[in-house]
Design a protein around this ligand. Sequence first.
Ligand SMILES: Nc1ncnc2c1ncn2[C@@H]1O[C@H](COP(=O)(O)OP(=O)(O)OP(=O)(O)O)[C@@H](O)[C@H]1O
Ligand SMILES: Cc1ncsc1CCO
Ligand SMILES: [Mg+2]
Length: 258
Amino acid sequence: MHLKDLKKTTPLVFNYANYVTPQFVANVVNVVGGSPIMAREVAEFPDLVGASDAIVINTGTWRRAELLETIKLAQLANQAQKVVVLDPVAVGIPSRSVPVKAVMADAKVDIIRGNAAEIAWFAGIDFASHGIDATGDGDLLAIAQQAAQKTGAMIAMSGAVDVVSDGVTTQTIAVDVPLLATNVGTGDALSALIGAFNGDEISVANTVRAMAMMKLAGVQAAQTVTTPGYFANQVLDELYLLTEDDLETFIAKEVKNG
Ligand SMILES: Nc1ncnc2c1ncn2[C@@H]1O[C@H](COP(=O)(O)OP(=O)(O)OP(=O)(O)O)[C@@H](O)[C@H]1O
Ligand SMILES: Cc1ncsc1CCO
Ligand SMILES: [Mg+2]
């Protein structure tokens, strides 16, 4: 959806969040005009999935004891035809791939949002990482396209260059704002934004809107703030202030076909 429609319809984004960044994630959804809700209790899943427009599953702090519940959540979302976004934090670490493989095997994931190393794992391509961060380099377009083709999911790959691919159409936003990467949780929040923008319909254009929104907020924040603590708050303020026109103008200027 367009930003103006997001603000009108207030999509409810159910975040099965990690325990590191839920406050930032909830605020990002809120300031753009969506409505966040976090939960981990399986008894609530049918109600909350029914009420939600998007379900965002973040495996950043997964626990084996909750794995069947996580799969159940994705299956309930599939049955209710709600968009499922997966954020596979540090999936290249073997133990971290367990919940990702399980959810992908037993449910349909519509969109995968990760950094280049995380997306490369789905493509079966080596890409250096260090914990939650991507540190290597490679052919980003090919990685995103192959990950999309192998998984059948839309790929939203973030970094200095953001790449969105459904395996057929690929678009990029090459705008470098290093401070965006210093705030832990920007990626987690981006995954939730992607859920919000795709709440009515899943498309490359809607996914690009979410990625462009975070990037543009980072560009604007970096014009007034140069240190990470204040930067994170400034990003929230910029996200709050961005208008439909600001976003679509940035997209027209910076989004390229890959
Ligand atoms: N060097 C960079 N230059 C510009 N933007 C960046 C850079 N690195 C990351 N970003 C932006 O930061 C946001 C988060 O992407 P990132 O790849 O850091 O996610 P992540 O590694 O999953 O983060 P986290 O785990 O902290 O949530 C995206 O909007 C992306 O465009
Ligand atoms: C630091 C960290 N550890 C697990 S999840 C997370 C937040 C980044 O996704
Ligand atoms: Mg991440």
